[in-house]
Structures are given as C-alpha cells and as structure tokens.
Design a protein around this ligand. Structure first.
Ligand code: TXA
Ligand code: MG
Length: 312
C-alpha cells in the first residue's frame, strides 16, 4: 500500500500546470471527460498513473498539447493532414501519428496519440506546464469516465497531487481517435466528431471494423470499458412497468423508476450518460435502462458506449 497523498483541490490552472511541471499527477477538466495527467517526459510519473487507475500496462495514453505548432515538434505529420487538423483542433479528437521526439512516453509504441483540448482551463494549464501531458481518462480502468470534478474527488482524493475544478464536461464522452500513421487512415474510436464529418476532409478514412488487422487496432479496444456496477440494458422503448431498483435515461419516460433522466437530443444524451451511470451506481440500483439514441451523426458514438457498457 502506498501512503495517501495530500490532494490539492484548486480552481487555478496555472498552479495545476506548475504541479505537472514538478512531476505531479493532476486531474483536470476537458470538454470530453476529465483526464488524469503527468508530464509525458516523466516516465516514473506516467507509470504511477497505470497503478492509480489499475490500467493494463500495454494501453497507451493520449498526449495533450496546447497548440498546433507542438504537433510538428513531437510527431511526424503528413502535409495532406494539416488542413484536417486545423479544422478539428482544438477539440474532441485525437490523432495517432509516428513519434518524432524519442523521449516521449508512449508505452513502447512507435506512435503517439495527440490531442489539443478546447476547454479553456485545460488550455491554460497546458500552457503553464509548457509540456505535453500524458493523460488517460480519469476513471478506474473499466469504469465509466468521469465528467464532474466531484466524482473525480470521490475516487482519487489521496491518490493524486491535485484536482483542477471545472464545469461538467460539455461533450461528456471521450474524443474521436483516428490513426493517421496508417494508409488508409482508420477511425479507432468514435467520439465527439463523427465519421461523416471526418470523411469530408479524409475521404479514404476507414472504420476500424472494416480493416480488422491486429496491427492497426488500438490497444484500448480489447479491454472492457465504461461499465457501472449496475446492469446496463439498451432498449428501443423504455419500460411501461415501474421498477424501483432500476434507473432510466431516454427521450420518453413512461413510468417512474428509482432514478429518471429525460433528455431531448443526442447531444444531451452524450453529455449526461456517464454521470447518470455514476448516480445510479451510488444509489445502489441494479439496472439501468437506456433508450436507443436518435438517428443522427452522434448515434454511432452513443451506441458504441452503450454496447461496451452492457457487455458482461
Ligand atoms: O477525450 C479523451 O480522449 C480523454 C481526455 C482526457 O482527453 N482521454 C481518454 O484517454 O479517453 P483513454 O486513455 O481513456 O483513451 C485513449 C485511447 C485508448 O483506447 C488507447 O488505446 C488509444 O487511445 N491510444 C492512445 N495512444 C495510442 C497509440 N499510439 N496507438 C493506438 N491507440 C492509442
Ligand atoms: Mg479511458
């Protein structure tokens, strides 16, 4: 057992950046979900994150940077991908690229994932640290990602050096991950930016499932993900019979259950699904009914998380 740490809880992104620059581990808000970060040049600090999260050691971290110029310093970028990157970043998207700077922590891989978050607090923190920050989502491995700082405090107080307070994550699900190091490029994880939007700038983009080669699969894809303790059940229509040991989230609620969340569109669905999972878990509910998402360009992302959360 390691000694509990003093966890500083702060609203100051400059202070959070300084803690990262001094080998600390910091939980911080982003527009997708909260991250748990350390300097990507500090292997020891990065390895601690695996232990804190109980994360499989072969699952690499995304490196977070504050601006586009940094991408070219850290990775090899093809000229034909520059426009795509300037259109979608800063934002909820991660690019897998060949690593240029050998000193970066990449779990032994020749590639790195790079993301420029748009959240202003994350931006300020990254600028102040003046470092690429390696950060997986701030949740215990296999559990739903965290979108509210209070949930991060509950799980990680005493285990990290600081938590940067921010608003609930605006998007609420993890970034889209695309592998630009392969030919053709491959969408590894659907997220806040849809396949259709990307196709316009990247016509040869393929879905991971279409390719099916071990080599280009993301290490993270083989692990169980996003599951609360409760059984998650995706349904075309929410139940008509009351069950007090169940929660329900959807567009049309028919009866009252133990916890109820009505959403109006897929955007609200994305923003609130993980926090709803956590609320149901805290209430000790046994099941969560989730109505299938609406048929728009966010459907794939929500379905992906619902499928993973309902796997047993
Ligand atoms: O929105 C997000 O992406 C959040 C916030 C904090 O930025 N981060 C996040 O990190 O979701 P994580 O570690 O939970 O998911 C990162 C995914 C994993 O599936 C991992 O395998 C994949 O990205 N990944 C990272 N580096 C990779 C690489 N070099 N090659 C292939 N996949 C990689
Ligand atoms: Mg994660």
């Amino acid at each position: 057992m390691t000694e509990p740490l003093e966890t500083l809880i702060t609203t100051d992104p400059a202070l959070a950046g300084n803690i990262l620059a001094n080998a600390g581990i910091v939980i911080f808000p982003t527009e997708t979900v909260f991250g748990i970060g350390a300097s990507a040049y500090n292997e020891e600090a990065c390895r601690k994150i695996y232990t804190i999260k109980n994360r499989p050691k072969d699952n690499p971290f995304i490196l977070h940077i504050s601006n586009l110029d940094r991408i070219k310093e850290l990775a090899i970028l093809k000229p034909e991908h520059q426009e795509l990157i300037s259109v979608f970043s800063p934002g909820p998207i991660t690019y897998i690229l060949p690593k240029k700077d050998e000193k970066l922590f990449s779990s032994g891989l020749p590639t790195i994932g790079l993301r420029i978050p748009s959240n202003p607090l994350a931006q300020k923190m990254l600028e102040h640290s003046n470092l690429p920050i390696a950060a997986p989502s701030a949740n215990l491995s296999g559990k739903p990602s965290i979108t509210r700082w209070e949930d991060a405090r509950e799980v990680f107080k005493g285990k990290v050096n600081a938590i940067l307070i921010g608003e609930q994550s605006e998007i609420g699900m993890e970034s889209t991950v695309i592998n630009l190091s392969t030919s053709p490029p491959v969408l590894l994880r659907p997220g806040g930016i849809s396949f259709e939007e990307l196709k316009f700038y990247l016509p040869d983009l393929k879905l991971g499932a279409e390719i099916n080669t071990e080599l280009i699969l993301s290490p993270g894809l083989k692990y169980k993900h996003y599951s609360p303790e409760c059984v998650v059940i995706a349904v075309p229509k929410l139940p008509q019979i009351e069950e007090l040991n169940a929660g329900q989230i959807g567009f049309e609620l028919n009866v009252k259950m133990g916890l109820n969340l009505k959403i109006n569109n897929n955007q609200e669905y994305m923003k609130n699904l993980y926090s709803f999972f956590i609320d149901c878990e805290k209430k000790g509910l046994e099941k969560i009914y989730c109505e299938l998402p609406k048929n728009d360009n966010l459907k794939e992302t929500i379905m992906n998380r619902l499928e993973k959360a309902s796997e047993v």
